[in-house]
Design a protein around this ligand. Structure first.
Ligand SMILES: [Mg+2]
Length: 257
């Protein structure tokens, strides 16, 4: 373990572009994560990808050969449910894959398409024109509108990215003029304050990710240590031209070994 991580107890990794691209783990990810676990560090996976439940993400970690039992998965879905409960929202129209809908139900929310208290847009890979029509109608009726996260695209192993919630949001904005009242994924610190940093202390946290406006912005918002990897979305040139600074910027997770 490198000296720069002395005193750091909680390591929070992004998935896409950071530890994996699609079905393939990025070189060095297994060794680095296993080394952390052996050294008694806590390892978390923090993904904005709401096209999966946390259980589905754990299954993905197992498929990579990682020790999924010892890695806690955090997605925006729990932060969203916590926020909705505090706002008194129970009936929600959501655009989400069926498994995510079932997960939201387990968290105490109820699907309602006629007169919901809120609209929630998740990374719905089963989204249809009908669902966009329903959202359009509800927003015109003034129902409060939320989205799980802001990512515009999702990287894949195909060599190009696919539309994510931020792109859906743009379609809805062009149609209705409305943007979400709040989102719950990175870079909103509430995704950590209800979980990893329940005590509000970010001093012992390291956030490792490939995207500036989510991963590195989250660390900046929390005052946590950050590691930017160039194995995903961000190039060195994009980083140099951005106003954001990570604590450390490396080609890939393999450079941390
Ligand atoms: Mg990423």
């Amino acid at each position: 373990m490198q000296e720069m991580f002395a005193g750091k107890k909680k390591f929070i990794f992004d998935i896409d572009g950071t530890i994996a691209l699609g079905p393939n783990l990025i070189d060095g990810a297994t060794e680095f994560i296993e080394g952390l676990l052996r050294g008694g560090r806590e390892v978390y996976i923090l993904t904005n990808n709401t096209s999966k439940t946390p259980d589905m993400c754990s299954e993905q970690l197992r498929s990579y050969g990682l020790d999924a039992e010892r890695i806690r998965v955090i997605t925006p879905l729990d932060a969203c449910a916590r926020s909705f409960k505090s706002l008194g929202f129970e009936s929600v129209y959501w655009a989400a894959i069926p498994e995510v809908g079932q997960y939201l139900t387990r968290l105490g929310l109820r699907f309602e398409d006629k007169r919901p208290q809120a609209v929630l847009l998740a990374f719905d890979k089963t989204i249809t024109y009908e669902k966009f029509l329903a959202i359009t109608r509800l927003l015109h009726e003034g129902v409060p509108y939320y989205a799980t996260h802001i990512d515009i695209v999702c990287p894949t192993q195909l060599g190009y990215s696919i539309p994510d919630v931020g792109s859906f949001m743009e379609l809805i904005r062009l149609t209705t003029g409305k943007v979400p009242l709040a989102t719950f994924g990175k870079p909103n610190p509430s995704i950590l304050t209800g979980t990893v940093a329940a005590d509000g202390n970010f001093d012992d946290i390291v956030i490792i990710g490939d995207r500036l406006y989510t991963d590195i912005q989250l660390a900046a918002n929390c005052g946590a240590m950050s590691v930017l990897v160039f194995s995903g979305e961000t190039t060195r040139e994009m980083y140099e031209n951005s106003g954001l600074r990570a604590t450390l910027a490396v080609d890939s997770i393999a450079n941390l070994l």
